[in-house]
Write a protein that binds this ligand. Structure first.
Ligand SMILES: [Zn+2]
Ligand SMILES: [Zn+2]
Length: 280
């Protein structure tokens, strides 16, 4: 079954987040378990977790993913920030396990002057310090490449995984369309889409991509700028999304939207993607 949804808030609680997703027309979704720009995560107790699980089962909203806080930086040369990042990531991962959420995704971080190779190596080594609970896959998200952030090239994500003591299975990949495009990966016509898929397959492997973030880009190909736009309204455009969401190798993977929450909002974007699907 094809899963498509949007990022939703837990400000009314976990159970209500399921309800919010249903109201948007989604059947999968993404959550933060704390403030996206803070270190504190919301404690998840068993009662809340049970209510969330029951609601998700009842409404058939499946394949949830938790998005890590933006402060996490496993690429950093600073030991104290690395420690804080590992602890926070662990707490959020454990929350995913408590909630029976199968995926957790985070941005690898920034090397802040230590050099790209060092940053990538730092991420790989620090992944080994994390205890990935059974039932949860820890996903590395590709980045737009802004400033000193690492993880813009697919081969760099693959290096991080291979540097760690883990293998694909416990670890996996989440691809963000806006970040791919900003990082210079074109997929706006059939030939380019074919090349991108070959590139994915020869680096991280298509089978290790577990989740897709669908966002159009306000900025052109290779701009390294991370600003999301409504589906079809940005520089990727409808043609690009038609290629991406219908490609044989990707079309069955769960997709969530992180498009602007303005007057268009998530309902509009979910309808848009559905209309672009050949099965929509
Ligand atoms: Zn992200
Ligand atoms: Zn982004």
């Amino acid at each position: 079954m094809f899963r498509l949804g949007a990022h939703v808030s837990i400000s009314d609680g976990f159970e209500a987040a399921v309800e919010h997703e249903v109201e948007l027309g989604g059947n999968c979704g993404q959550l933060f378990v704390g403030s996206p720009r803070g270190w504190t995560i919301s404690e998840v107790d068993e009662t809340e977790a049970n209510a969330f699980r029951d609601a998700a089962d009842e409404q058939d909203v499946g394949l949830w993913v938790i998005h890590g806080t933006y402060l996490i930086n496993l690429a950093t040369p600073k030991d104290d920030l690395a420690r804080k990042s590992i602890d926070c990531l662990q707490d959020e991962l454990d929350a995913a396990a408590t909630l029976d959420i199968p995926y957790y995704v985070f941005h690898p971080g920034a090397h802040t002057g230590a050099g790209e190779e060092t940053g990538i190596d730092n991420v790989g080594k620090r992944l080994s310090d994390i205890d990935v609970p059974s039932g949860v896959t820890l996903l590395l998200e590709n980045t737009a490449g802004k400033g000193t952030t690492v993880g813009k090239r697919l081969e760099d994500l693959d290096t991080m995984v291979k540097t760690s003591d883990y293998e694909y299975g416990d670890l996996g990949i989440c691809l963000d369309t806006c970040h791919l495009f900003a990082a210079g990966y074109d997929f706006t016509d059939e030939a380019a889409m074919g090349e991108l898929v070959d590139e994915i397959d020869s680096t991280v492997g298509i089978e290790n991509v577990h989740y897709l973030h669908l966002n159009d880009s306000k900025h052109p190909l290779g701009s390294e700028k991370d600003e999301h736009e409504h589906i079809g309204e940005g520089k990727i455009g409808e043609a690009g999304f038609r290629q991406f969401v219908n490609h044989d190798t990707l079309r069955e993977k769960p997709m969530v939207l992180e498009t602007p929450k303005d007057e268009r909002g998530d309902v509009w974007n979910i309808e848009k993607v559905t209309a672009l699907r050949t099965d929509g």
